[in-house]
Design a binder for this molecule. Structure first.
Ligand code: ZN
Length: 156
């Protein structure tokens, strides 16, 4: 195992898989994949075995395991697939229950303020590993892109 590979495993102890690829500044198309696919991507690209990680963390986040899923120190869990799915359910339930009539809509986002500090710290930690030619996409941007298709789908 190289130093870099060892670091990926360590990063996954503190950050969710999506934040690891986000902070490494991987391609956008990887950032929007589901967590399982992101873990497979990391395994392939860094030649590491993350099966143990998958069985404890990803299933825990999906509520299939009793293991405590560690909270992400960059996005506080906002970018976990299960959180995004739950948020979409909350939005569409609210809309359904109030029987709003509309042709189009725009969601407003208020994310926790501590995200700014968290994100700054985590970017620093990834500095030596991140792709130099790209910028880091922020949590809010990614959250919107992941949430909105789910909401649109549910409101049909
Ligand atoms: Zn995260």
């Amino acid at each position: 195992m190289t130093t870099e590979n060892a670091n990926i495993s360590l990063f996954l102890e503190k950050y969710c898989p999506r934040c690891v690829v986000r902070l490494l500044r991987c391609d956008w198309k990887i950032l929007v994949k589901n967590e399982q696919e992101i873990v497979s991507y990391l395994e392939e690209n860094f030649k590491i075995n993350l099966q143990i990680y998958l069985s404890t963390h990803v299933e825990a986040a999906n509520g299939n395991s009793k293991t405590n899923s560690s909270c992400c120190q960059a996005c506080v869990g906002i970018l976990r697939s299960s959180f995004i799915q739950n948020s979409a359910n909350v939005v569409s339930n609210k809309v359904d229950n109030n029987s709003y009539k509309f042709d189009s809509y725009q969601l407003l986002y208020f994310l926790p303020v501590q995200l700014i500090a968290f994100d700054k710290n985590s970017k620093k930690e990834f500095e030596n590993f991140a792709a130099k030619d790209k910028d880091t996409h922020d949590v809010k941007e990614l959250f919107k892109v992941l949430l909105e298709p789910l909401v649109t789908e549910q409101l049909k």
